[in-house]
Design a protein around this ligand. Sequence first.
Ligand SMILES: Cc1ncc(COP(=O)(O)O)c(C=O)c1O
Length: 456
Amino acid sequence: MADTLRQLLTDTAHIAADYLDGLQHRPVAPAGSAVQQLAELLEPLPDRGCSATQVLQLLDRYVSPATLGMAGPRFYGFVIGGALPATLAANWLASAWDQNTALAKVTPGTSLLEQIALNWLLELLDLPRESGAAFVTGATVANFCALAAARHKVLRDAGWNVEADGLFGAPEITVIAGEEAHPTLLKSLGMLGLGRNRIVRVPTDAQGRIMAGRMPAIHGPTIVCTQAGNVNTGAFDPVADICRQVAGNNAWVHVDGAFGIWARAVPELQPHVRGLELADSWATDAHKWLNVPYDCGIALTRHPDALKAAMAITAEYLPTDSEDRNPADFTPELSRRARGVEVWAALKSLGRRGLVEMVQRNCRQARRFAEALSAADCAILNDVVLNQVLVQFGNQRQCDRVIAAIQDDGTCWAGGTVWQNRPAMRISVCSWATTDRDVERSIEAILRAVRETGSE
Ligand SMILES: Cc1ncc(COP(=O)(O)O)c(C=O)c1O
């Protein structure tokens, strides 16, 4: 390797390590001045290039300080997660390999890692071992892939080939989802031509769970969308009841388990996820609770042929005749990065025990937030069954003020939401890096913000 390239990569490693160290001490939210400084990057397309070192220096000077500390230990916004050390390192190495992981014959190493990661996931989550999978960009696209497989199978069973003949003139598919389905699931249904507005919505309870007794009767080709882990409350739909209700019909049950599906690995969380294996497909994210770098989501289905029928292509110039699994036979993309590498690295470095311990720790930390905030008279709006905590600080104006004060203080970061008409702050604990000490520091900062803004 040229000395300059080696030096560049070594410098990059040092800069990245300094950045990650710095997240322990700097405010989680970027300073306003750092965001303003980004304007320095706004320049016309350069006619002449510059050295790679200069490129790296510009990135670190202007963009590092303007980042939100999502990779740090006290970031509780959205449902994000960090990047486990082994996954970050694996991601760098995989970028150096630069393998277009579409076909097993062409990229045997990274294709095999994806296959191993799939086998391990099925074992860890105790899902049907014959299941197939698509390693994609996130839960949105994982939902899309699983629902494309569903669309294929329910129409094929009704005598229609949707990939060949499209949806015009096809037998009608009834799509059912809970009132609290994630908006990206609705988007996926829209992208598949199944329509966001024609979905039959089933009422949900105070935690956002589908009320199984309110499910409509099933007639004809049907797709039922359930969820494991509501994005606000962390609650689980009664998937097993729903699967039993629709059994014997031409119905496909899908589970959006973007972050909740990892509960399958944890003994004490089994009451929430027992029977999930009865469903036809599951979508999850690796970039959330598995703590791999962006971007990575996984669609799993017990009907790999249906997924393949929806996604696979053939072309004369592509060596698709492999005995081994071709990753791109299951994904919307043909050219794709080696997405299974970090999943493999996460599972290899954590092992089953490490994964279970991380999920248990984050759940315990979420309960600690709820207990401490409720002891200080803040209302907790959800049953804290997983890693999500909804805390109310009075009316919308008061809530906004407390959240702004917390973000300004910079010890930690959480964002707002509205839960069943009540304004709240959402605390999502899903980082491998969060220690109990981080949680105590964050609780102190939140209560300080409540006191200083004078909210109840
Ligand atoms: C339940 C659920 N489904 C889907 C998604 C979308 O995931 P992604 O942003 O990774 O596509 C999320 C994101 O938070 C989610 O919580």
